[in-house]
Design a protein around this ligand. Structure first.
Ligand code: ADP
Length: 739
């Protein structure tokens, strides 16, 4: 960790303010329990704290501080009480322990499967969909309330385009050594439990010509104006979410560009890490295929051994030789694909950010399928993630099913619509898909706006059996609220197989009771331990030890995260008598430079520390030591930081968007029962909105510490583990298999 440079102007300040080492007797540490506090804001609703049940509102002061208005938003209070869901699909269910949005999907209609081969002529999906069993029961339970429905809006115009919309550079292709396409392909194989690949030649010969397109994607249909999503009142007293018992064990392969902790850029890595473990715990056979990056955390891979040495992956007119390694990542079975070519696709020192990213991942997706086929693996489900692996279903149905891979069904999870892999026709030549007349079709891969471009993520949506995104609210926003970065019409067309599942967090990695990164362990019953961590955090960052709350931000320094509001929040927090800690970094050096400038400007403040970089260890300490976690995103598909923060009793202060709206319920304005409220929420993306929520949070901390403490306990009691989303995904898998 970079240490705070000495403060030149106030050299004596440092010594006098230096926090004592963790574990030393508390001096002036503020523990919000009771007592008088500085009057820093308007009065809060007075809540009778109870050690047992929910707090009760006794009297209500002004709901908003002078600094900002009440969260706005028609009948929908900020984040409160009612979860929007896609009609008729997204049906959140709730339970005291797991009040979260459920796996959704519009009542699913006929999905692509090898049996569904029809002529390419577009035809509407006419049949009335039948929900999968679990969802049907959830749907039956839900009650829509017209009052909370977002207004029906016509399909919005697209306002933004993918930033990485690059055309694949021909130069890269030229640099690829073209080994001849191997005759007959490599020896066939099966994989043992430890990953070694053995076996006999597959009976099916590789294609000598492009297969006849016998299995077109689902036809584009006239875009219909859907019902706006209904809002569903859920209460903690409702039945727990539907659980499908006695599901047979299945074979699931995740194909992914990232997995924590070995190759992590953002939340996608955490999702793959947590979900795969949950699926395995439930008795399924789970394997993971990812690139073998040179900059992986190899110290987290056990028993890395070659598993398949002679994988030749078709590429342009030839093929690239690859090795496949097997290893365990914290008990997860992982295959790592290493191509041997001058392109050095995955030996770049970092994961993303290269001009040929589209080709790098188009290759990886092809290599993953080639490996499955050569290894004789026939998973029941192939689960792909984001545009980087969205070509997998395209390859499967356009190439590999004709080689005999007709068994797998494909689920694609889209973690962020901003990145879509938009590229030129070079992609078709590189991958062997060829047939521009077929793939530059609006109903297949043609980009919805640029008729000369292919859109890989769109292809994934069209060809997958089920498309999930990471929260029901984000599913709605992407389809109906203009957040789909141009893919709104495609989502409408395929709405029958589209829905949202809120991510979980890995309760082994994120658990204040056992977290090895923090000095003092604590739980909801020993919550005072949190304040030893607060002292440790201050000590580590050389912040003053005083009675102030610590407001924190952890995240990628990306405009998506609301960086201008983060900047405003730093000054606002200091002004309102709080401390501020930021941990973040950006691949964009301009953004990093801005935050470095801010850091220098605030260098002398004993109440502020900005850490520009990626630091897993420090992140844990911040989650444990901060009082509030700010997530003011412009858009947020799911968001893990607020979930992790709640697990550590750190109160989220969030904008009501995407998964934040599905998981954080405002202390003052939510329609939820008091014991379900877990944070502060604002609606409008502006400084006033931010201040309305952050001001109330800081005021509550100072003026009503007992309420703040109740809020912390509420947050810690929620179940945001993978338990529920794991079941949701299994329901999806079994649904797609049974179609
Ligand atoms: P996104 O996927 O958009 O980056 P999420 O909230 O879904 O955002 O996930 C972010 C994850 O990355 C969280 O686990 C968060 O703690 C972690 N993270 C983000 N930035 C940093 C950083 N600079 N140092 C350590 N962890 C970070």
């Amino acid at each position: 960790m970079a240490k705070k440079p000495p403060r030149k102007d106030k050299p004596t300040d440092r010594g006098s303010r230096k926090a004592p080492a963790p574990g030393t007797p508390k001096t002036n540490e503020r523990i919000p329990q009771s007592g008088t506090e500085p009057d820093t804001g308007p009065s809060e609703p007075v809540i009778k704290a109870s050690s047992e049940g929910p707090a009760e509102t006794l009297e209500t002061g002004p709901a908003e501080p002078a600094g900002g208005p009440k969260p706005t938003g028609a009948s929908q209070p900020a984040g409160g009480g009612k979860l929007p869901a896609m009609a008729p699909d997204s049906k959140p269910a709730a339970s005291p322990a797991g009040d979260r949005a459920r796996a959704t999907g519009a009542a699913p209609g006929k999905l692509p499967s090898p049996a569904d081969i029809t002529p390419a002529k577009p035809e509407p999906m006419a049949s009335e969909p039948t929900p999968p069993k679990a969802e049907a029961s959830a749907a039956a339970k839900d009650t829509s309330t017209a009052a909370g429905k977002p207004p029906a809006t016509p399909m919005p115009a697209v306002t933004a385009r993918p930033t990485e919309a690059t055309t694949a550079p021909a130069a890269t292709a030229a640099g690829t050594p073209k080994a001849p396409l191997p005759e007959g392909h490599a020896p066939p194989a099966t994989t043992g439990a430890t990953g070694e690949v053995t076996g006999a030649e597959p009976a099916i010969a590789p294609p000598t010509e492009q297969p006849t397109p016998v299995r077109p994607p689902a036809a584009e249909i006239e875009v219909e104006q859907l019902e706006p999503p209904s809002t569903v009142e859920t209460a903690a007293t409702e039945e727990p979410p539907p659980v499908v018992h006695h599901l047979p064990s299945i074979f699931i392969v995740h194909i992914t560009p990232e997995m924590a902790p070995v190759a992590k850029v953002g939340g996608l890595a955490d999702v793959v890490f947590g979900l795969t473990r949950e699926l395995a715990i439930r008795g399924n056979h789970v394997e993971i295929i990812m690139p073998k990056y040179d900059n992986m955390r190899y110290d987290h891979i056990w028993g890395l051994t070659p598993a398949y040495n002679d994988l030749w992956v078709p590429w342009y007119e030839g093929a690239i030789h690859c090795s496949v390694y097997f290893g365990f990542v914290h008990e997860r079975k992982c295959f790592f694909i290493e191509p041997h070519s001058q392109d050095n696709f995955f030996k770049r020192g970092s994961i993303y950010g290269f001009n040929d990213d589209v080709l790098r991942y188009a290759f990886f997706a092809r290599a993953a399928l080639e490996f499955l086929w050569k290894a004789g693996k026939h998973p029941d489900i192939i689960h792909c993630h984001d545009w980087q692996t969205a070509l997998v279903p395209v390859y499967l149905y356009e190439i590999y099913q004709h080689l005999g891979m007709t068994h797998p069904r494909v689920c694609l999870t889209i973690h962020n619509f901003k990145h879509q892999g938009v590229t030129g026709g070079e992609l078709l030549r590189a991958t062997g898909l060829h047939h521009p007349e077929r793939f530059f079709d609006y109903h297949r891969l043609r980009d919805n706006h640029n008729t000369h471009a292919l859109n890989i993520l769109k292809g994934g949506i069209v060809y997958s059996n089920f498309v999930a995104t990471v929260s029901p609210r984000y599913a709605f926003e992407t389809k109906d609220q203009g957040q789909g970065f141009g893919l709104e019409p495609t989502l409408h067309t395929h709405h029958m197989k589209y829905g949202g599942v809120v991510n979980g967090i890995d309760y082994d990695a994120w658990n204040p009771e056992v977290d090895t990164h923090i000095p003092v362990h604590y739980s909801v019953d020993t919550i005072d331990g949190k304040y030893d961590n607060k002292r440790a955090l201050r000590h580590r960052l050389m912040l003053a030890d005083n009675e102030k709350p610590i407001v924190a931000f952890i995240g990628r320094l990306d405009p998506q995260k609301g960086l201008d509001l983060v900047r405003h929040a730093i000054f606002y927090s200091l002004e309102r008598g709080a401390q501020f800690v930021l941990l973040g970094s950006s691949p964009d050096q301009g953004i990093n430079a801005d935050f470095w400038g801010l850091k220098r400007m605030l260098n002398d403040s004993p109440d502020c520390h900005l850490e520009i970089g990626f630091d897993e260890d420090l992140a844990h300490l911040i989650y444990a030591g901060a009082d509030m976690m700010l997530v003011p995103s412009r858009f947020e598909p799911c968001g893990l930081t607020q979930l992790i923060a709640m697990r550590y009793g750190t109160i989220p202060v969030v904008r009501s968007v995407g998964g934040l709206a599905d998981t954080v319920f405002d202390k003052d304005h939510s329609h939820r029962a008091l014991h379900e409220r877990n944070g502060y929420v604002f609606e409008n993306y502006d400084q006033t909105g931010l201040e309305s929520a952050l001001g109330r949070a800081i005021a509550c901390y100072f003026n009503h510490p007992e309420h703040f403490r109740e809020l912390m306990k509420n947050a810690m009691r929620y179940d945001y583990s993978w338990n529920i989303p794991g079941q949701d995904y299994l329901n999806i898998y079994h649904y797609t298999r049974n179609r």
